[in-house]
Design a protein around this ligand. Sequence first.
Ligand SMILES: *Cc1c(COP(=O)(O)O)cnc(C)c1O
Length: 390
Amino acid sequence: MQRTIQSELQEIKNRGLLRSTILINGRQAAKVTCNGHDVLLLCSNNYLGLADHPSLAAASIAAIQQYGTSSGASRLVSGTMALHEQLENAVVSFKKSESALLFNSGHAANTGIIPALVGRGDVVFSDRLNHASIVDGILLSGARLVRYPHNDHQQLARLMEKHASGRTLIVSDGVFSMDGDIAPLVELVTLKRNHGALLMVDDAHGSGVLGEQGRGSAELLGVGGEVDILMGTFGKALGSFGAYAAVSAELRELLINRARSFIFSTSLPPSVLAASLAAIQLVQSQEGDGLRDMLRANAHFFRRSLSEAGFKIPDGTTQIVPILIGSAVTTMQFSEALLAQGLFAQGIRPPTVPAGTSRLRFTLMATHSHADLIGAVEIIRQVGQALGVV
Ligand SMILES: *Cc1c(COP(=O)(O)O)cnc(C)c1O
């Protein structure tokens, strides 16, 4: 007998894994309105507050007036618009790469790029905690997937000795989205050189935030020019939407011809391109430096305070601050209790993270005030005690 939709939903519910969305009013600002109450937003990736920045909004409105609201088709069909080219040029100078290609989202980039590079007979070495869209890209490619323990480059070296065949790709998040730590990119570069492999880094959470002028995790670790495919997104710190791959001219040409999410999808619209362009300029400016300083200070304070309160926080230094809880059910009770007290933070459960590692994931923004964060830490401490987490 076929299982019913209802029984499938019931099973998800029974495991404490049912998901639903929460309606908020207003912008992705430090405070949002939720069920008629003001809550402190501690789960947005709008790290620098650019989703709410007047210069992005103004650029977007001007682009709509000049170019309209849609790009009309895939770029291979109705053409590259001037703004696509301008944004790719801006990515090239931001990332100091030879070339760049836009994608419609980070998910579309990963599911387009990986199958364009590898297929049957090839092998992909992937950090165990890489983002789901990387895993989707690998599965779609048909290449062999070899997962290595999180950030364990020594184990990766052993696995590469044993399993390398065909074209070999190493892929890693730059900043791990659910753990907030940074990949050992220097060691990954050495390994890719030794094995003649390609290295791809997904810097969705590092771009705009880390390194000089926000160039990202690879720049921070001094290997900006050594990563073959540097993927980044516009939807997080850059306050817009979409993604890019900073690559060689040769790889760009291959992606245009092989990446199905590029070929078979309508390209990004003018409003989005213009906001991204304004964001790239802003993150490289002095204002960007100031916002990064505020973000760093907020993240440092929050991390230290929760750690002093006794919570278990994975090693890390970034604006993503998870507290490990373990049980999915307790995690959701925790986030519900926080919401009732004016803090909006997401409980993260399987399949987003491995079973038994459910957590509350806080993300800091430059726009959080110090007073708000002090108040938040106190509430989190009280709820944590009530639930027996600390
Ligand atoms: C958010 C995220 C993506 C997906 O990017 P979107 O533009 O939101 O589709 C990809 N990789 C990582 C590491 C992410 O955190």
